[in-house]
Write a protein that binds this ligand. Structure first.
Ligand code: MCA
Ligand code: AMP
Length: 492
């Protein structure tokens, strides 16, 4: 039996989830997910790794659907709730999903697409009555989840993790950060990425703790929940801590003090997904009394490196390898570098994903011959702690904790009738980490940039759209004719 389900069976009366003002026990979660697994199976014995895509609001229903897919033998494909239709269509086509599950909010938006593609659409709340059936026995070596991640190819790739991979990713964090059933955390992150799915939701539920959900980000709401004094674990990306600090600074002194008092009672506050600026770490320490625990991870590997739970949390450093995760730094020939020299981070362990969905070539390209995964991130070890120095590719941008491919945005922009050429880059920004900007060569100088932005948002996610455009006569290029992205950055 899957470990997360088995664990839940031992904590039936604990509160698993708080969402929309309601408490749900592990018993209710197990019952509802088993019932929904029967709906998914619809008379079959096993979904046999069919892909089930779902667009479900964060909360009880999300976890119910996720656990149901796993128990029915399917692969979960959580979709971004704010993606425009072409991005969702890409995920449905690429995974070959046969079932789509949605919260009622998204039913009208996606219905036509599912009819066109002859997919089974299940709208939560209006599923047909089914009697519970016998659920299949799931080997942990089976595939569990596909998440889409941007890379150095223009289209996102589906990262496949097995149940074994997920169990390794979750269990190392539960141990390292000392999760227990007494914990209560708040999920404010989107649930189509590892940070929210694994680090927050799955770790808390694995440990028998309580996970409270918020739909979308709001600094005010987060602080209101902190003030209730029930939460004790919080995890977010640097942009969120930045936004919380800005909001806190605008509050009255009384309110600030009350919040500081509540936050100092937390057990743990973690930051990751992008580099945590030292200034944010220091300010957060002042307002919350907490030294943020920074850690490093990736969709393909879960978490690999973390500052210690006990011991020094060093500002500007990602920490030391987590138990069960092997990490080494290598040069361009993939030979280990000498201590103190920078090198690309390679990772090995049960935490590492199995493959990019339907992309054997892309998969083998990202592994060395002896099975180490190439992260593309460059780091150095200083006094035992790893420090990230940058990335191998300028085409990967991290904005608000989202990994974004410059090539994907460029490909879309070039489809616009008035754009002849373009170059997308990320420029440093205190709030977002990097801000996406684009130099464009146009064939009509009257181009309306607001309309361009609107046009683009119908094609790619809003968080992937450039925040600034610069009209140029030509893009900077080297002698080989290749666009020099570092020169493009200088234009901004
Ligand atoms: C939203 N906006 C952005 C971004 N997100 N602009 C640039 N970069 C972004 N990432 C824009 C919107 O388009 C909108 O523009 C305006 O900001 C406000 O939008 P809104 O949706 O209200 O933004 P928000 O709600 O304030 O969202 C900010 C956020 C969000 C909460 C920081 O970006 C977020 O949830 N980020 C977390 C992503 C994450 O979970 N990453 C983990 C990946 P306009 O006003 O013009 O409409 S997993 C991972 O990285 C690995 C495994 C790891 O290590 O964890
Ligand atoms: P994703 O594809 O969304 O999983 O993003 C993974 C990438 O996020 C990594 O390859 C890193 O570049 C970046 N990342 C995650 N955590 C950190 C961190 N603590 N510091 C710097 N970069 C990070």
């Amino acid at each position: 039996m899957l470990k997360i389900i088995e664990n839940a069976k031992g904590r039936l009366n604990n509160t698993a989830i708080v969402s929309n003002g309601k408490n749900y026990s592990y018993h209710e979660l197990l019952q509802a997910s088993q019932q929904f697994a029967s709906v998914l199976l619809n008379g079959q014995n096993d979904l046999n790794e069919s892909r089930v895509a779902f667009m479900v609001n964060p909360g009880f229903d999300y976890v119910k659907v996720q656990w149901a897919i796993w128990q029915a033998g399917g692969i979960t494909v959580p979709m971004c709730l704010t993606h425009p239709l072409p991005s969702l269509e890409y995920v449905l086509d690429d995974t070959g999903a046969s079932i789509v599950v949605v919260s009622p909010d998204y039913a009208d938006f996606i219905r036509e697409l599912t009819i066109e593609k002859k997919l089974r659409l299940i709208v939560l709340g209006s599923e047909s009555e089914t009697t519970d059936c016998l659920l299949p026995e799931i080997e942990s070596s089976r595939r569990a989840m596909i998440l889409y991640t941007s890379g150095t190819t223009n289209k996102p790739k589906g990262v496949v993790t097995t149940h074994d991979n997920l169990e390794a990713q979750i269990s190392t964090l539960v141990k390292a950060w000392e999760w227990s059933e007494k914990d209560r955390t708040l999920c404010v992150l989107p649930l189509h990425h590892v940070h929210g799915i694994v680090n927050v939701v799955s770790c808390s539920l694995w440990a028998g703790a309580t996970c409270e959900f918020m739909n979308g980000f709001s600094a005010e709401e987060i602080f209101n929940l902190f003030e209730k004094g029930e939460l004790n674990v919080f995890m977010a990306v640097p942009t969120i801590y930045y936004k919380l600090i800005s909001y806190w600074e605008g509050l009255s002194v009384d309110k600030q003090q009350a919040l500081t008092h509540c936050m100092s009672a937390f057990r743990l506050m973690v930051c990751g997904s992008a580099a945590l600026p030292v200034s944010v770490m220091e300010k957060w320490k002042v307002i919350s009394g907490h030294t943020l625990l920074e850690r490093y991870g990736m969709t393909e590997i879960g978490m690999a490196v973390s500052n210690p739970y006990h011991g020094e949390r060093r500002a500007g450093y990602i920490g030391i390898p987590l138990p069960g995760v092997q990490v080494k730094l290598v040069n361009e020939q993939y030979n280990e570098v000498y201590l103190g020299e920078p090198g690309e981070i390679l990772v090995k362990g049960n935490n590492v994903f199995s493959e990019y969905w339907n992309k054997p070539e892309a998969t083998s390209k990202e592994f060395t011959d002896d099975g180490w995964f190439k992260t593309g991130d460059v780091a150095v070890v200083e006094e035992g702690y790893l420090r990230i120095m940058g990335r191998n590719s300028v085409d990967i941008i991290k904005s608000g904790g989202y990994k974004i491919s410059a090539l994907e945005i460029e490909e879309e922009l070039r489809k616009h009738e008035h754009i002849d050429d373009c170059a997308v880059v990320g420029i440093p920004n205190d709030e977002w980490g990097e801000l996406i900007v684009s130099a464009i060569v146009v064939n009509n100088k009257e181009i309306n940039l607001d309309q361009l932005n609107k046009w683009l948002r119908e094609r790619i996610a809003a968080y992937k759209t450039p925040r600034k455009y610069l009209l140029v006569d030509e893009l900077p290029r080297n002698a080989m004719g290749k666009v020099t992205k570092n020169d493009v950055k200088k234009l901004f």
